[in-house]
Design a protein. Sequence first.
Length: 293
Amino acid sequence: MINNRSLLIVGGIAAVAWLASSSLYVVDETERAVKLRFGEIIEENIQPGLHAKIPITQTIRKFDTRVLTLDTDPSRYLTLEQKAVIVDSYVQWQVVNPTRYYEATAGDELMAIRLIQPRVDESLRNEFGRLNLQQIIAERRDDLMTGPANDLDALMREELGVAIRDIRVKRIDLPEDVSAAVYDRMRSERERQASEWRARGQEEAERIRANADRRRLVLLAQAQARSETLRGEGDAEAAAIFSDAYGKDEEFFSFWRSLDAYRQSFEGDGNMLVLDPSSEFFQYLKSPTPTGQ
């Protein structure tokens, strides 16, 4: 009797535990869920927390709502001028509408990827097809993908219930023949710019040199005028000094000028001066020295 009662208690506890485990479920912070009854959605977008369901007849499908990354294989696209580029990109996407996502993919992530990838490829093909090669090279990659990401986001929200958070280009390569043509074009452009800057530099150098020459001439002219002024003032002062000194003893300075003239005459080699003994010079030397001199 006691054994039967113990078995009933254990069985009851097991039944309660099974019922609790089958009736209660937890949705994590990174998940959203939908409730199904025989495959039909009866409750949408169940938020994180502890929830209850009816065992057997109701089932729960949970979906990861974190941002997921789809890394695509490099693809070949044609530009506006029919030049080929090889683009390596990846897509970041996220489930935002669990009900639509379940209806479109049955909750299968691989199915969602198979549906997203061709849409991304088509969007990139259209984007690169409207740009020429120079625009693709010159534009920033983030700006290049803004338009396709926005257009694809609106489409995927409607079709799959997922948001396209970003499309990023990791690398853009050119086929070998296109690379050579682009390199030649870029080199020609850089050479043209270098020539233009060189011409501007030459023109600026000529202008600076002309200004420097003009300034030099002005300074030389000013210096010459100043030197002439100083020389004239010096000559005038020297003449005044000589005049004043000459006025004090005219006879001595007359003699001094004669000696200076003779000295200058005999500066060269082989010079000779012939004087008459009765000349004024000798008479001056023979004249008696004045008293007190």
